[in-house]
Design a protein around this ligand. Structure first.
Ligand code: FES
Ligand code: FES
Length: 193
């Protein structure tokens, strides 16, 4: 019986050596794509989903909550669109441009959406949060000043079992304000007469 194992080695791209996730007799596929600005080579099985391939390559911020496109935990950007990575064949992402949660802020300098989630105590177990933040980014790119209703509609397929959604909604509304403020042109404050 075949089980889909997740490689526990943080930056493991050596699928063939370890054999995790290998289906007996399965055919391997090697593909190149851009992940968070880096050229990456993924070694996968034919028909393996993108979430599994990304996780094996170390992008473990991509979560697998249902494996069926039903929870939003595996959301990433693929060529500018939000997709559920569990529902995409990795091979179909060949030569694509992917952005995962690892492509947002750093530990030292959080992305404004991440910072707002922290400040609003919107993170509990955290499992849903990467997908929620990816979706929030997509919303704020399209709608920089969303209403509460628009935020709720945007994340309505991001399932969260912990927060009750109120704090994530507040965090996204706050992040919208932070991002708008950071995009305002710097002025001279009226000193340049
Ligand atoms: S794991 Fe992909 S949507 Fe649930
Ligand atoms: S914070 Fe736990 S599932 Fe959302």
């Amino acid at each position: 019986m075949w089980h889909r194992y997740m490689c526990l080695h943080t930056h493991c791209g050596t699928y063939d050596t370890h054999g995790y996730g290998r289906r007996p007799g399965g055919v391997g596929v090697t593909l190149s794509l851009t992940v968070n600005g880096d050229q990456v080579t993924l070694h996968c099985e034919a028909e393996e989903d993108l979430a599994t391939a990304l996780r094996r390559a170390g992008y473990t911020g991509v979560k697998c909550g249902c494996d069926g496109g039903g929870c939003g935990a595996s959301k990433v950007f693929l060529d500018g669109d939000v997709v559920m990575a569990c529902g995409i064949d990795a091979a179909d992402a060949a030569d694509g441009v992917v952005r995962t949660i690892e492509g947002f802020g750093t530990q030292e300098e959080l992305h404004p959406i991440q910072a707002a989630f922290v400040d609003h105590f919107a993170v509990q177990c955290g499992f849903c949060i990467p997908g929620m933040i990816v979706q929030a980014q997509a919303l704020l790119e399209e709608t920089p000043d969303p209403s509460e209703r628009e935020v709720r509609e945007a994340i309505d397929d991001n399932l969260c079992r912990c927060t009750g959604y109120q704090k994530p909604v507040e965090a996204i509304l706050d992040a919208a304000g932070r991002m708008r403020a950071s995009e305002q042109p710097v002025t001279d404050g009226g000193f340049d007469e």
